[in-house]
Design a protein around this ligand. Structure first.
Ligand code: RET
Length: 238
């Protein structure tokens, strides 16, 4: 088989490639830093590394898949998210635990994120024609997560966990509100009539390319950025 080249105007393949490298580098960084991380933050930094590592493996696969087929690797995208988003919920649980977070809070966050992702997957694949309604349900679950983190239990607990944890939770809350909001934009671009029936990109192949670029940028910001916030919290409190 010919060696597959990334054409210089193939931004989709390019962002998959850069995404793979960035996730790999971030994982090596988090894992190697574990040794000089204070005991009480080690699990949190380890989870940051697991998030980027799981993404690195998926990105490596998605990069090849996209290069060979020129299609969107939707299935592996969602497998990645279903593993990594609950781990981000674990991060919120771990940093608020010493202020008394209960395991029930973790399950609430995980349950909401599974609803958000499974309904999003339905809208992108099996029930593409009704992507609007699935997107709306997914969005409702997303807003519930935003609520818990900004105003609900996570917010309240982080206030009692000391100023460093409170400040870090604030930054992570912005990631969830702004960084995670990039994903529905990708969904709107990539699905037929994703914006309440309005078709933003008429050409289906183009639409899915835009969607992948948006998702790839969002993943880099949210997975690596999120991990670095946890990492810097671990340095402030050692
Ligand atoms: C590392 C991966 C992350 C942080 C993925 C997050 C994904 C989302 C916040 C997806 C949200 C969606 C909606 C809110 C509505 C449309 C469907 C989704 C699944 C794209």
């Amino acid at each position: 088989m010919d060696h597959l080249k990334i054409a210089s105007d193939n931004y989709v393949a390019f962002t998959f490639f850069i995404g793979t490298m960035a996730m790999m580098a971030a994982s090596v960084f988090f894992f190697f830093e574990l040794n000089n991380t204070n005991q009480k933050w080690r699990t949190s930094v380890l989870v940051s590394g697991l998030i980027t590592f799981i993404a690195a493996v998926h990105y490596y696969y998605m990069r090849g898949y996209n290069l060979e087929t020129n299609e969107s690797p939707t299935f592996f995208r969602y497998v990645d998210w279903i593993l990594t988003v609950p781990l981000m919920c674990v991060e919120f649980y771990l940093i608020t635990k010493k202020a008394g977070a209960k395991i029930a809070l973790l399950w609430k966050l995980i349950f909401a994120s599974l609803v958000m992702l499974v309904t999003g997957y339905f809208g992108e694949t099996i029930y593409r024609d009704s992507s609007v309604i699935w997107g709306v349900i997914s969005g409702a679950a997303y807003f519930y997560i935003v609520y818990l983190i900004w105003f609900g239990e996570v917010a309240k607990l982080s206030q009692n966990a000391g100023s460093n944890v409170a400040a870090a939770t604030r930054i992570l809350a912005w990631f969830v509100l702004v960084g995670w909001a990039i994903y529905p934009l990708g969904y709107i671009l990539g699905t037929p009539g994703g914006l309440f029936g309005i078709q933003l990109v008429a050409d289906a192949a183009k639409a899915s390319h835009y969607m992948d670029i948006v998702y790839n940028i969002a993943d880099a910001i949210n997975k690596i950025g999120f991990g670095l916030v946890i990492y810097s919290l671990s340095r402030k409190e050692d």
